[in-house]
Design a protein around this ligand. Sequence first.
Ligand code: 5GP
Ligand code: ZN
Length: 112
Amino acid sequence: MDDCLFCKIVAGKIPCDLVGESESFLAFNDIDPQAPTHILVIPKEHVRSLADSESSEMLGGLMSFTRDIASEHGLVEGGYRTVINTNGDGGQMVFHIHVHVLGGRQMKWPPG
Ligand code: 5GP
Ligand code: ZN
């Protein structure tokens, strides 16, 4: 999608700090990290949000890839948080589905 920030990252038109890639997914560091580790995991195909996703295969692959990225970054023992913000009240700013992976500090509950 032409005017989507994360599609531009997938296309290599905007640089990112890549930390993982598979045939269908990318993982890169968030530009404004909220924890010592803050990685974004996205599908290469454009899907606007979790609410707009139609493929269970894509969603399963996204979560499996996220699990592997968290493990590769040493987050399993200490623990980590995964977040998918959806639409306005969810705080979604970039409308290309992404999983936040936050780790390296104690998370609080409830989230803001
Ligand atoms: P959302 O609020 O949509 O769940 O999260 C969007 C995330 O994308 C934010 O955490 C924000 O810091 C991150 N972000 C926005 N623009 C860029 C960018 O150009 N590069 C990277 N790596 N992250 C970005
Ligand atoms: Zn997109």
